[in-house]
Every structure is written in C-alpha cells, then in structure tokens.
Design a protein. Structure first.
Length: 358
C-alpha cells in the first residue's frame, strides 16, 4: 500500500551479531529522529523473549547510554528501553518449541525498588524464577507484552493478532536468526551432566506465591554457595530445597564438581551458576527445508500487515551459539531476500554491524 511504499524508500536493515547490540541501533535512530522518542512497539521474532530485567544496573544508569549498553546482555536489552518509554508494547513472536512465556497478553508493571533497581509486580513465572517480583515499587510504568506463537498451522491467526496490535501503532521489526533454528549451547558444554544440573536449578511452583518465592530464594542461594564457594551439601542451611536434594540427589557434590570441571574447559564460559539458570532454554535444530518453510511463513505474515515497520534489525546470534552455525548464512541470505521482496529496499540499505570472516 501507499504507506508501505513510502517507508520502503527510507527503510534500512541493520544486522548485528549479539542481539543486545540492536539497542544501540535504536538509540542512534532515535537521536537522528528516524524513530519517535517514545511510544512505539517492538515486533520481536525470536526463540527467546529477551525480556529479563537487568539484575545489577541501577535505573539511574538507564540514560547513560554508553555505560548502559556496555553492561546489558542478550537476555535483558529490551526492558530498559521499555522503562524509558521508547517501547510501550513488545510483541514476542515465538516458534512452537519456545516455552519460556505462555501465549497471551500481559500487563507488566515495572518500577524501582528501595535500592533503585528495576523490578516488576508481574507474577509471570518468567519473572518470579529470576526473583524479579516485588510488590512495593515506585515510579511505575506499564508495559504491554503480547506472546504469539507462529507455525505453519496458525499463520493466519498470528497475522490477525499482530495486525490488531500494529495497525494503529508504529513498530520496529526485529528478527533473531535463532527463531528459525535454535541451539542450547549449554547442552554440549555440560554433556552427560546437563540433565542433572537442569534438575537442580529447575524452577518449581507451589500453591502460594510467597512459598514459591521463598523456595526459589533458598534454592538459588544454596546453589550459589555450592558452586561459587564449594560449600558441601551437609554444610548448607536447612530448608525445603536442601531436604529435596538430600532425598533426590544425594550425590550433588560430585555432580557439581564434575560439571565445574566440564565448564572450566570452555574458553569463554566459566560460570556454572549462570549456566545452571539457563538450562531451561529451548533447542530445535531445523533442516534447511524447515528453515525455508519458516522464513516463507514469516514473509506471509509481514506481507499481510497493514503498515510497514519503522526499522528492521536482524541478530545473527552466532558467537553466543544460539543459532545453528551450519545453516546461519543460508538463513540470513534467504531471509534478506524475503524481506527485500516485501519492502523493496536496496542492497546499500543493508548495514552489517559485525565482523565478516575472510
């Protein structure tokens, strides 16, 4: 349509590797008045929601752009922009194998705790499991999160849902290539120890919110003592979690020792405690035919939207190993061809913000 044709004349595609680098693209576009300062939506195709809250970054740093960008990670880069009002809505479009947040629409209240850190009053398990829930907050802001699954059997339904959200709301299109084929790098890293570490760190819910939070606090505290301070099982404080592992995993000291040894062989990753919390990540290695089919489905949805995006970002997720390296370039090439066919941008409009190997 006319609006889509107009935007295609100024549309650029920015490709990053680590997904948090996309936020720098948005900040630059806002500074150049290519994006509105606030109130637009993020249409986010990804196998991971990337909606965690930065754990140790005070809110006062959110406007110190250089410092903030240097401290954000691939899992928490979106929420600071939401709290600052840039994104008022996030539409997470996920493949069928991603289960971190159930399909639905959620009002998420963000606010500051007494220490000036960002927390939420949302009771989504996604936030409770990382201990981001807190009832008493100040300087609150509402974020609307929509979670939509996209697959071959529901593409029309997904299109209608996205269209209803974006037809009156300008949005940025953001696609992680791991949407099409997803790796969990910690499975190969931990090897035979993966399932045992996953079971130790697994988030459990109880009848009451208070009990769930108390158990999770004790669980993570005890695991941190075991992993980082080499506290043995018999010297842990008594709680429901320690009783559970005494009953179910009496060899936990040996499990953690073997897992730490496995992790220490990796050149880049040495934090078993961090890895343990990531064992619930999805994994689905797609064939090239499955990738091509999913790219085509995404293209059908984008073609059906009433308005075009204000910007397009792609994340390769190569060096964090969440994308399947064997099919990564293939996925990028056919996705770019699909997007170019939809939005008619020139080759010069594709900007690569990552190193290309010779």
């Amino acid at each position: 349509n006319e609006y889509k044709s107009y935007l295609s004349m100024v549309l650029a595609v920015d490709i990053v590797d680590d997904h948090n680098e996309a936020l720098d693209v948005y900040y630059r576009l806002i500074a150049r008045k290519k994006l509105p300062f606030q109130g637009f939506a993020l249409l986010h195709f990804d196998s991971h929601p990337d909606l965690a809250i930065p754990e140790h970054i005070p809110v006062v740093k959110y406007r110190q752009r250089r410092e903030l960008l240097s401290e954000l990670t691939i899992s928490d880069w979106i929420i600071p922009a939401c709290y600052e009002g840039h994104f008022s809505t996030v539409i997470w479009v996920k493949p069928s194998w991603s289960t971190q947040i159930d399909v639905g629409s959620y009002d998420v209240i963000l606010g500051q705790d007494k220490e000036g850190l960002l927390k939420t009053r949302s009771t989504l398990p996604y936030y409770i499991s990382d201990l981001f829930y807190q009832e008493d907050l100040t300087s609150e802001r509402l974020l609307r999160i929509h979670v939509i699954e996209l697959n071959v059997s529901n593409k029309q339904e997904a299109l209608e849902k996205i269209n209803n959200i974006t037809k009156d709301n300008p949005y940025c299109l953001d696609i992680d290539l791991d949407f099409f084929s997803t790796c969990n790098p910690f499975k190969s890293l931990l090897g035979d120890n993966f399932s045992q570490i996953h079971e130790l760190f697994k988030f459990r819910q109880f009848p009451s919110l208070k009990e769930t939070i108390r158990y999770r606090e004790n669980q993570l505290h005890c695991l941190k003592l075991m992993v980082n301070e080499e506290t043995s099982l018999e010297n842990l404080p008594h709680c429901a979690f320690t009783q559970y592992i005494k009953d179910k995993h009496p060899q936990v000291d040996e499990i953690i020792t073997k897992s730490k040894a496995a992790v220490s062989q990796d050149e880049y990753v040495t934090d078993l405690y961090m890895i343990g919390q990531e064992t619930e990540l999805p994994e689905n290695i797609s064939t090239v035919n499955e990738i091509a089919s999913l790219v085509s489905i995404v293209g059908e949805v984008l073609r059906g939207l009433t308005i075009a995006p204000l910007s397009i970002t792609l994340a390769r997720s190569e060096y964090d190993e969440y994308s399947d390296v064997g099919t990564l370039d293939y996925t990028q090439n056919i996705l770019l061809a699909e997007l170019k066919d939809i939005y008619r941008f020139s080759d010069d409009a594709v900007r690569m913000h990552y190193c290309v190997d010779d």
